[in-house]
Design a protein around this ligand. Structure first.
Ligand code: NAD
Length: 367
């Protein structure tokens, strides 16, 4: 029997530029790519096609895309059907290995475009130009790309880093306020897992104010840049999510289940609202399991319930929610795996919780 082992060096060179004017760097990034891309394609959704594409084309006047594709806006586009349609569009455009895909949109477009780029011809290059707050603070960074299988979130995917990520707050100007609120949840998550003085500042400002910050508010830009730096630091240490990157799952065990459940119910929750509800459950579990002080638990649950839109969740829904969690990648031997907090800035990875404990947390947060 032949046994071989090889060490595959993981070269992760994803350039990130964030802040006002970042978009102006696109031409330089494309120019510096070796080999030079033969063709350039842009992936948008219906909203970013209308609101963001003109901004991109205006600020990069030398850019001459060979094709611009538009998918329907919303989570339903993270599907194998949309992937199939895009594969045929790439084939029709005779896209080759050296070509370049620009993903212009929120987390749905960067997840979908990343999936396409990872798999078409076994991998082509792509640049993420995130236009939503979730995209800018989180989804576009780190090379995790996935699509959903039916209502189950992110069940098929790849690690395939973008060659660059250009994060320009100019796009936030047209982002609807409910999506700004949704993005704030991922920023709050980043602050809770990383610690520092920012939690005190956002707590002092209050959840309602944080979730309604105007797109040009310098405080929003400060929070966004903090999230970008923290995410980049985590993925640089642990690209394949073997250890510290799991911190980013804080709030996502219950959050993903709620998102899938709400998709099935026909009243989809925003990703960030679902994550905020998931963080409320995770802090409740943290007080039970990892010693998070009850006063911190109460302050955090209040923050989530005040700032985000969380639908009524009843005990009759629990079986379905727990069933979805069992399908997710976060259960082991029938126990639910969570990222919890010992205190703010001190996450605890792979905390196993029983069904009773999870039900208890759901009751504490939602009844
Ligand atoms: N890969 C990752 O690491 C990662 C991390 C977090 C979230 N995600 C994924 O991201 C997705 C959620 O991201 P999202 O909230 O950005 O969703 P989204 O892409 O659906 O964007 C939200 C809405 O805002 C619109 N939009 C985006 N930018 C706009 C702009 N500038 N102006 C006007 N409208 C705009 C979109 O068309 C959409 O209707 C989920 O699928 C989630 O699983 C992935």
């Amino acid at each position: 029997m032949l046994r071989l082992s090889s060490r595959i060096a993981e070269v992760l060179r994803s350039h990130i530029v964030a802040g006002p004017g970042a978009l102006g760097q696109l031409g330089r990034f494309i120019h510096e790519l070796r080999p030079q891309p033969g063709k350039i394609f842009i992936l948008t959704d219906a909203n970013t096609h209308e609101k963001c594409l003109p901004v991109l084309l205006q600020s990069c006047q030398d850019l001459q895309p060979d094709a611009i594709w538009k998918v329907a806006a919303g989570e339903a586009s993270k599907s194998i059907d949309t992937v199939n349609t895009l594969y045929y569009q790439l084939l029709q455009a005779r896209a080759g290995r050296n070509d370049l895909l620009l993903n212009l949109g929120g987390g749905v477009v960067s997840d979908l475009g990343g999936f396409i780029a990872a798999s078409y011809l076994r991998g082509i290059r792509y640049i993420n130009i995130p236009t939503s707050l979730i995209g800018q603070a989180d989804a576009a960074i780190g090379g995790k790309a996935a699509i959903d299988i039916g209502p189950l979130k992110n069940q098929a995917g790849f690690f395939h880093p973008p060659v660059a990520v250009l994060i320009d707050p100019i796009f936030l100007e047209t982002l609807p306020s409910d999506h700004r609120r949704s993005g704030m949840a991922e920023i709050v998550k980043m602050i809770l897992i990383s610690g520092g003085a920012l939690w005190n500042r956002i707590q002092k400002a209050g959840a309602t104010k944080c979730c309604t910050l105007k797109p040009d508010d310098p405080f929003l830009h400060k929070l966004l840049l903090h999230a970008v730096k923290e995410k980049n630091a985590l993925i640089t240490r642990d690209y394949r999510e073997r250890n510290v990157r799991k911190r980013l799952n804080f709030g996502h065990t219950v959050g993903h289940a709620l998102e899938s459940w709400s998709l099935k119910s026909g009243a989809p929750m925003h990703h960030g609202d679902a994550v905020a509800a998931g963080m409320a459950c995770a802090v409740s579990l943290s007080a039970m399991k990892t010693g998070l002080p009850p006063a911190t638990r109460d302050a955090l649950i209040r923050f989530m319930l005040e700032g985000f839109i969380i639908p009524s969740i009843q005990p009759r829904d629990y079986d379905e929610l727990l069933g979805i969690m069992e399908h997710d990648k976060k259960t082991v031997n029938g126990r639910y795996r969570f990222t919890l907090l010992k205190e703010i800035g001190k996450p605890v990875l792979n905390a196993e919780c029983s069904r009773e404990e999870v039900v208890n947390a759901l009751n504490t947060c939602f009844l």
